[in-house]
Design a protein around this ligand. Structure first.
Ligand SMILES: [Zn+2]
Length: 396
């Protein structure tokens, strides 16, 4: 819809219209997000804002950064990811990439996680441009959050290099428009155990890759149990400690062949106060001293290979920061800390920008068929963004 027509619509209708446009782009992480980013960029240019586009090395993926307001004072980041998880599940009652309204809910892939937030931000742009902002708003939209926060680091690095970097980042992941002040970090790993194969009737001569993978997995599970019992703990999280578990496994070729390869994936999901890297090193050290020597005693060519799939940092509690203090009086009710990933940890760790999560919709509706966001949630988000705009505007 042309922007001129949108100007006569209410803010909420405007946000809904933007959301319909955004959902129509199939930005499943494995596809390019560039058409969506081009769409956002064209929209911003209509308001005289020239966005910065950061391409990844393939050129298929893009981040968008745009500043509204002065550059010489610290401002606030509104951050969202543009990619969505696949919509291949059965159980969609309406087409996933065609936003459909039923009973006060807007159904579509990404409606909740997290194009709803992006749509609200876009609906606010005319108002932000027209306002006399004393501090800037940085609009940041990334690629590939769902597959390990791959886009956000480039945005965080870019922001950190500004002469006056932002003082707070608000990540619009679904929190029912409550304030979330922490998020766990994650390292996703793949481990390949290389043994030797042969007829299983000669099993003692071989190094069984599955047996040894099982030993490593047992070690992971044992350590997870120790962490669950001894901490560290942070009871603001629903699961108040770090977790560690195997998640996928494959190996073997036949019932009567000793397997020479077993691969499995595992993850460490860590509290902000728990060093996941040190935990991973601890595991590797144990494996190298307790499992690997026995394998290599039998055959020197056997081994264990570790492959990092992705990692993103945890987001700590930033409520003591100056940036947060400035916006404290407009922040919604606090609801705790979350175990799912967000780009908050990236902004905080790589960009040095204190971060919090506040966004429309519920994480319970994300990553599922018939994903939806309640219209009411978009209203609350728009009201929040309105307060934020007023907070950084000159009194009229
Ligand atoms: Zn998300």
């Amino acid at each position: 819809m042309p922007e001129a027509e949108k100007s006569t619509m209410s803010l909420l209708e405007n946000a809904k219209s933007h959301l319909k446009d955004l959902v129509a782009f199939d930005t499943t992480s494995r596809y390019t997000n560039r058409p969506l980013i081009d769409h956002m960029a064209a929209f911003l240019r209509e308001y005289g804002i020239e966005p910065v586009i950061l391409l990844d090395e393939t050129g298929e993926k893009a981040n968008l950064i745009a500043r509204i307001g002065p550059a010489d004072v610290p401002g606030v980041v509104l951050s969202g990811h543009t990619d969505v998880v696949p919509a291949l599940e059965k159980g969609w009652t309406s087409p996933p990439f065609d936003l459909t309204e039923r009973d006060g809910k807007l159904y579509g892939r990404g409606s909740c996680d997290m194009k709803g937030f992006a749509a609200c931000v876009m609906a606010m742009v005319p108002q932000l441009v027209a306002a006399k902002l004393e501090r800037p708003v940085w609009l940041c939209f990334s690629h590939d959050e769902e597959v390990g926060c791959l886009g956000a680091p480039a945005i965080a690095e870019w922001l950190a290099k500004r002469e006056v970097p932002p003082m707070l980042a608000i990540i619009g992941e679904p929190t029912d428009m409550k304030l979330v002040t922490g998020q766990k970090g994650k390292i996703a790993m793949r481990c390949h155990v290389h043994g030797t194969s042969g007829h299983s009737s000669f099993a003692p001569d071989h190094v069984n890759a599955i047996d040894n993978a099982a030993r490593i997995i047992a070690m992971i599970a044992e350590r997870a149990g120790e962490i669950a019992e001894n901490g560290p703990f942070d009871h603001d999280f629903t699961v108040p400690h770090s977790t560690m578990l195997a998640t996928m496994i494959s190996g073997g070729v036949a019932t009567n062949v000793t397997p020479d390869l077993c691969s499995f994936t595992f993850e460490i999901r860590s509290l902000p106060t728990h060093d996941a890297r040190a935990e991973l090193e601890f595991l590797k050290t144990r494996v190298n001293s307790e499992i690997l020597p026995k394998m290599q005693e039998k055959c020197a060519e056997t081994g264990i290979e570790w492959e990092e799939i992705f990692a993103y940092p945890a987001m700590g509690d930033n409520t003591a920061s100056e940036g947060f203090a400035f916006f404290r009086d407009i922040m919604p009710e606090w609801s705790g800390k979350v175990s799912y990933g967000s780009e908050g940890g990236v902004f905080e760790t790589i960009g040095g920008i204190p971060s919090v999560i506040v966004g429309p919709g519920s994480i319970r509706q994300a990553h599922k068929p018939d994903e939806f966001v309640e219209v009411e949630q978009l209203s609350l988000c728009l009201a929040f963004l309105g307060k934020l705009a007023a907070k950084i505007s000159e009194p009229a």
